[in-house]
Structures are given as structure tokens and as C-alpha cells.
Design a protein around this ligand. Structure first.
Ligand SMILES: NC(=O)C1=CN([C@@H]2O[C@H](COP(=O)(O)OP(=O)(O)OC[C@H]3O[C@@H](n4cnc5c(N)ncnc54)[C@H](O)[C@@H]3O)[C@@H](O)[C@H]2O)C=CC1
Ligand SMILES: CC(C)C(=O)C(=O)O
Length: 364
């Protein structure tokens, strides 16, 4: 059954490409979530991705305590399509039209395949966009903040596993050296972690060498003998088949939708591997954007909110251990509690926030 509030699928009139916008929930407030421009074997795979990613955003917002709902946009590129500057602009204008038609129910931001410059183009048509470049009035690139939040999560994992949050000397395998993964690898290298890294783009090998990291092929790295595997590329990499072959103690990273199917979280637990839900570890970018652009927090306060992910993860791991749950179930329960409370007690407030739209939320 479709448990989303709204799904729009439109063939862009300029680009001819399918724009898929999914609003999963506005119970906590107007929905927000990034724009993914990526290749799919079929546009329906892009639809599946949009449905899953937008549901993940609802959980991300709820656990982070943000007054926003969950949504996501996917532009499904046929395999092999390369976007030149003109067609890219056309795609972004098509996306902007769809967002504008929702009248504030949903605002976008960056995700795989997009960044602040793309948000600036969308901002020419609609105000319902965040993470535009700072000179255009936005909070800029979300990825350094996502990386910082992931570091906070990894410190909490280290404390749970080793009794200390220090990451120096810890062995970590970072999958994906894109915008978030590269920031993350740099921060981890600066903390003295022993890094193994990969990307499907062989050109990223130079980054690995500059950081003194070991390079592995994308197929090998998941089963590397390390303390923590850190997914920072695409989703569905944790499958029932791969879990028995994992040699790490924990998996925690920003990549959205890491589980191929929800039961994989239980399987990891049975294999003694700690899995921190992606929607908790990867919340730094959206926490910074919302804190800065909606709550007008200064850089220090926004950074403190991002770093508070360490506390959230620590509490989840403690609660899970105490109650005999997986961290995934503990996090989902936290999210469900917040959503239930908003849907009942603060129902009127949520509805009015949604109708007023993005950009009009009160300061906390
Ligand atoms: N940008 C942000 O602030 C946030 C991103 N995320 C998630 O983090 C992940 C990374 O996002 P970005 O860095 O923004 O995207 P990006 O597009 O900049 O980087 C993704 C990287 O992963 C690589 N890659 C793709 N498939 C791979 C594979 N099978 N094995 C190894 N590498 C592979 C790509 O070549 C690219 O370098 C995504 O899952 C995204 O949804 C989550 C929260 C916020
Ligand atoms: C960074 C925001 C826009 C997002 O989509 C995410 O957290 O996945």
C-alpha cells in the first residue's frame, strides 16, 4: 500500500526526462529532502528510490527533532545519459516547476548528483529550496555538515564498542568518495583513523593516495576486516547475502537507504554487528540547513546541533542494549513516538505549518 501523501510524476517539458517528487509525510511540518539526479535502468526504479528515500526523510526529521516532514525528488536518467550544461539547466527548471506547483508542501536540497549551484537554478523559480550558495542567500553545501554529523555518530559508535569516542587508530572503510565521502575521509584521516576507501570513479584514487588511505575495489571493501564500514555512496548495499560475510564490528554512515530490506537490520544484530540507521548518522546536512535557514542559528549553534548526533546515537545504542532491541527498532520507535505526538496533540499546529509552507516556520 502506498503510505505517501503525494507523489508527482511528470515528464519535464524542457528536458523530456521523468521528474518524480514524493512527499511522504507533512505530519511534522512541510516536507524537505534532496534532489537526486542519477542513472536508473528504468524510470520505475527511480520511482522506487523516491518512495524509499522520502520515507527515510520522514524518519530522519523525526529522530533529529526537526519541524519538517519527509520528501525527495528523483530525476531518473536513462543509463548512459550525460547532461550538458543546457540540458542540466532544463532539468533543474523542470524540477523547479514541479516543486512550485506544490506551493510550499515540499522544499528540495542537494542529494546524489546535485549541489548548491543546482539549488541556485531552482531558486530562480521557487523559494522552496535550501542549500543554495551562501552568496545567493542559502546555507551552502550540505555535505561538510553531513560528514561532520557522521563523525559525531562514529564517535558514539566508538564509545559503544571501545569505551572511548576517539577515532585515532580505528580502522574504517569508507565506501564512496563523493561530496560527503571525501569530506568524511579527510576528517577521519585528520583524526588519525586507518582508512580503506573506494569509489566507482577510478579518478578518486588520487584522493585516497593523498590521504594515505588503502584503495580497494567497490566489490571487495564491504567485507574488509575493519572496525567500522562507513557507507557514503548509494543504498541497498546491505543484503541478506552479504551480512554473513561482513567482518566489521559496526556499520554507520550517511548513505541513505543502506538496507536492501528492513529485516537485514535484525540479521546484522544476530551476527553481532551494530548498525546505526542511516537516517540518524546522516542527518548533519539537513540539521545544519534547517537550523541555519529556518531557525536563523549562527554557525556555532548549527554546528552544536550537528554534533549532538553523537548524543542521539549514544542514547539509541544504550536504549537498544537496555531493551534488547536493534538500534534500528529503537530509532524507529523514537520516530513513531514523535510522529504520533505531532499527529495527535500538535495536529492543528502541523497542519497550519504545512499550509504556511517552507520559510515561515517559527524560531525554536
Ligand atoms: N549530500 C548530503 O548532504 C547528504 C547525502 N546523503 C547521502 O550520502 C550519500 C552520498 O551523497 P553525496 O556525497 O552527496 O553524493 P555524491 O554524488 O557526491 O557522491 C556519491 C559517490 O559515490 C560513488 N559511488 C556510486 N556508486 C558507488 C558504488 N557502488 N561503490 C562505490 N562508490 C560509489 C560515486 O562515484 C560518487 O563519488 C548518498 O546516499 C546520499 O543520499 C545523506 C545525507 C545528506
Ligand atoms: C541533505 C538533505 C537535503 C537530504 O536530502 C538528506 O539528508 O538526505
Amino acid at each position: 500500500m502506498l503510505d505517501h501523501e503525494e507523489v508527482v510524476i511528470r515528464v519535464g517539458r524542457r528536458s523530456g526526462l521523468p521528474v518524480i517528487l514524493a512527499v511522504h509525510s507533512t505530519v511534522l511540518g512541510p516536507a524537505a529532502g534532496g534532489l537526486r539526479i542519477w542513472h536508473y535502468p528504468d524510470w520505475r526504479d527511480g520511482l522506487t528510490d523516491a518512495l524509499r528515500l522520502s520515507a527515510g526523510m520522514t524518519l530522519k526529521m523525526a529522530v533529529a527533532g526537526l519541524p519538517s516532514g519527509g520528501g525527495k525528488t528523483v530525476v531518473a536518467l536513462p543509463e548512459g545519459t550525460r547532461l550538458g550544461p543546457d540540458r542540466r539547466r532544463a532539468v533543474l527548471q523542470d524540477v523547479a516547476d514541479v516543486i512550485a506547483s506544490l506551493d510550499g508542501t515540499y522544499a528540495t536540497g542537494p542529494d546524489v548528483g546535485t549541489g548548491p549551484a543546482d539549488m541556485a537554478v531552482i531558486g530562480e523559480t521557487t523559494p522552496h529550496v535550501f542549500c543554495r550558495p551562501e552568496e545567493s542567500g542559502g546555507s551552502g553545501d550540505s555535505s561538510p555538515h553531513t560528514a561532520l554529523g557522521t563523525i559525531a555518530a562514529l564517535r558514539a559508535v566508538s564509545r559503544h564498542l571501545h569505551g572511548t569516542p576517539a577515532l585515532d587508530g580505528r580502522r574504517l572503510a569508507v565506501i564512496g568518495l563523493g561530496r560527503v565521502g571525501e569530506h568524511l575521509a579527510r576528517l577521519l584521516a585528520a583524526e588519525g583513523a586507518e582508512l580503506t576507501v573506494t569509489d566507482i570513479e577510478p579518478g578518486r584514487r588520487a584522493t585516497a593516495e593523498a590521504l594515505g588511505a588503502v584503495w580497494r575495489g567497490p566489490e571487495e571493501i564491504l567485507t574488509e576486516d575493519v572496525d567500522v564500514v562507513v557507507p557514503a555512496a548509494l543504498g541497498s548495499l546491505l543484503t541478506r547475502e552479504v551480512v554473513p560475510r561482513l567482518r566489521c564490528k559496526a556499520v554507520a554512515g550517511p548513505a541513505n537507504n543502506q538496507l536492501a530490506t528492513p529485516d537485514v537490520a535484525d540479521l546484522m544484530h544476530r551476527h553481532g554487528i551494530v548498525w546505526v540507521p542511516d537516517y540518524v548518522a546522516g542527518a548533519g546536512g539537513v540539521v545544519n540547513a534547517i537550523s541555519t535557514e529556518l531557525h536563523h542559528a549562527g554557525p556555532g549553534e548549527a554546528r552544536a546541533r550537528v554534533l549532538a548526533i553523537a548524543q542521539t546515537v549514544g542514547e539509541l545504542l544504550d536504549a537498544a542494549a537496555r531493551e534488547g532491541l536493534t538500534p534500528a527498532r529503537a530509532a524507529a520507535e523514537t520516530a513513531r513516538r514523535r510522529l504520533r505526538a505531532a499527529a495527535s496533540g500538535a495536529c492543528g499546529e502541523s497542519a497550519s505549518l504545512a499550509s504556511r509552507g517552507w520559510g515561515h516556520l517559527p524560531r525554536p
